[in-house]
Design a protein around this ligand. Structure first.
Ligand code: AMP
Length: 159
């Protein structure tokens, strides 16, 4: 998608270039370059922000572990433990900081799903549920999600 965006900006730039011939070419090239970089940056930000929406919609493939009306859960692409499932609400909220009185029931749907997944995967020796929020929390995908980790003895260092 980003490559398409870049090529469309390049095409637009080429189409308009004859009309802008009176403008100093250095200024024109500088502006084109800045527009290109901004377009590229925002297409990446948009792609990452809505990555999990696209996974839920089936537009990006995933290995589904569990699904109900409110929640979609799938295997993490870069597992940190033998079992590493991401539990994602179908409603898009950015992170844990965005819970409020109106949407707090999302949290109960997540934990109910986690309990069902734990039974489904026979995680009888226990598991950990983590949600990263913001920069200090090392959140990379800005659609709230809960990591369900298990399958080995986890480190006691973090929580
Ligand atoms: P966080 O760093 O807490 O925002 O977690 C984001 C998680 O999403 C990371 O553990 C990534 O490995 C995972 N991830 C990113 N893209 C995909 C994908 N296409 N399919 C499955 N997991 C993904």
């Amino acid at each position: 998608k980003s490559v398409t965006d870049v090529s469309s900006v390049t095409s637009i730039t080429l189409i308009f270039s004859p009309f802008l011939s009176s403008i100093d070419s250095t200024i024109f090239l500088t502006i084109s370059f800045i527009v290109l970089i901004l377009f590229y940056y925002f297409s990446i930000v948009f792609h990452i922000a809505f990555l999990f929406c696209k996974i839920i919609a089936g537009e990006i493939p995933s290995t589904k572990v569990y699904e109900d009306e409110y929640v979609y859960a799938f295997n993490d692409i870069n597992p940190q433990a033998p079992v590493h499932v991401l539990i994602v609400p179908k409603t898009h909220i950015d992170s844990a900081k965005d819970f409020n009185e109106e949407n707090s029931e999302i949290a109960s749907h997540i934990f109910l799903a986690a309990s069902k997944i734990a039974k489904q995967l026979n995680l009888n020796d226990g598991f950990r549920i983590v949600t990263n929020s913001g920069e200090f929390g090392c959140q990379t995908v800005h659609h709230i999600h809960f990591h369900l980790l298990s399958g080995r003895q986890l480190s006691a260092e973090m929580a």
